[in-house]
Design a protein around this ligand. Structure first.
Ligand code: BDR
Ligand code: CA
Length: 334
């Protein structure tokens, strides 16, 4: 029999669950972040905003709603956000995430037993604005895809930096080779203008680039620790596709689970971030496809600097993520 994964660290008794909005382009690793966000007792998942990126927006919205319902969280409102980047043509990543975003699995079809999701008619940028303005200083926003929704909110006057508790983004790379161009990471490359809008306005407090998220490799062996449920089977089939991609693209026998690593490293176990630096960053928005989406250190510019995570405790993160995922896929509905 497989060993039981370690239990996730328990929140302190008096801590109130932290209100959170996740912005996702679901996506295999987004799916795992959603499962953890929806089932971690330390978090109060108030809403999810969808953005086109890994797959088109209708796949993102459908995957997101279905994943939430599979863990009994049909109560979480889902806002269908930007269908394309601010200025550029949308590019998607079927080779990385499969044709509909969940690898070998397709989350199609309705299952009435799972209940329904409230797909809010409010656009994601207004949804974000309404939440942060109603609860000044309280909300955390964790963005796990291209920054189109956050940039649209910024452009329409939402003070993300000033009205939230924190805004975190998985994006970009500093020293690590890019995963989309030589120096560009996917979320930044899909919508460079959005990344630059947010960096210039100071809408992001904390950045997790590839330098941090690629410190941890997850293998199929790690997933053997999940309980034997229907949902665990879905996660395994999705991650198997992701591992296949990483084997070809990066020559590793496993996968980087960028998005849940960021969720855990920012909100749940910040102690697992072992090194951070402060940087003043900009995003290249030139028309050259080899340069657009690359982050660079900006000088002579009065933009705010941000905290950048650059190193993660790999063993600690692996154990924490697997334990939380095991709890999510072992829940009664799954
Ligand atoms: C990021 O790009 C997407 O493919 C993943 O979901 C993650 O957010 C990694 O570069
Ligand atoms: Ca993502």
């Amino acid at each position: 029999m497989d060993a039981e994964p370690d239990a996730p660290r328990q929140p302190t008794a008096e801590a109130e669950p932290r209100p959170l909005i996740l912005d996702v382009d679901t996506g295999i690793d987004d799916m795992i972040a959603l499962l953890i966000a929806a089932t971690s007792p330390e978090l109060n998942l108030r809403g999810v905003t969808c953005v086109a990126g890994n797959v088109e927006i209708h796949h993102v919205a459908r995957n997101t709603g279905k994943i939430l319902r599979m863990v009994g969280r049909g109560d979480v409102p889902v806002s269908i956000g930007a269908a394309r980047p601010l200025q550029r043509r949308l590019r998607t990543a079927p080779d990385t995430h499969g044709p509909t975003g969940t690898g070998y699995v397709e989350l199609r079809g309705e299952d009435r037993q799972l209940g329904t999701t409230e797909y809010t008619a409010i656009p994601a940028s207004r949804y974000l604005g309404a939440h942060v303005n109603r609860h000044p200083g309280e909300m955390s926003v964790v963005a796990l895809g291209p920054l189109t929704n956050l940039a649209a909110a910024t452009q329409s006057g939402v003070d993300l930096a000033g009205r939230t508790r924190d805004v975190v983004w998985m994006g970009g790379t500093l020293e690590e080779r890019g995963n989309t161009t030589e120096t560009g990471e996917w979320n930044a490359c899909v919508d460079p203008e959005a990344a630059e809008t947010c960096l210039r306005a100071g809408s992001i407090h904390r950045l997790f680039p590839l330098d941090a998220t690629q410190d941890v490799v997850f293998t199929m062996e790690d997933l053997r620790e999940l309980p034997d449920t229907h949902l665990a089977g879905i996660v395994r089939d999705a991650v198997r596709f992701y591992v296949g991609f990483h084997q070809q693209a990066d020559g590793i026998d496993g996968a980087y689970l960028h998005d849940p690593v960021v969720l855990i490293g920012s909100l749940l176990r910040p102690d697992l971030v072992t090194e951070s630096v402060t940087e003043t960053l900009a995003c290249d928005t030139s028309s050259d496809p080899y340069l657009a989406g690359s982050l660079y250190r900006s000088e002579g510019d009065d933009r705010p600097s941000i905290s950048v995570a650059t190193e993660i405790d790999a063993d600690g993160m692996r154990a924490e993520l697997i334990a939380r995922l095991a709890r999510a896929v072992g829940a009664p509905n799954s």
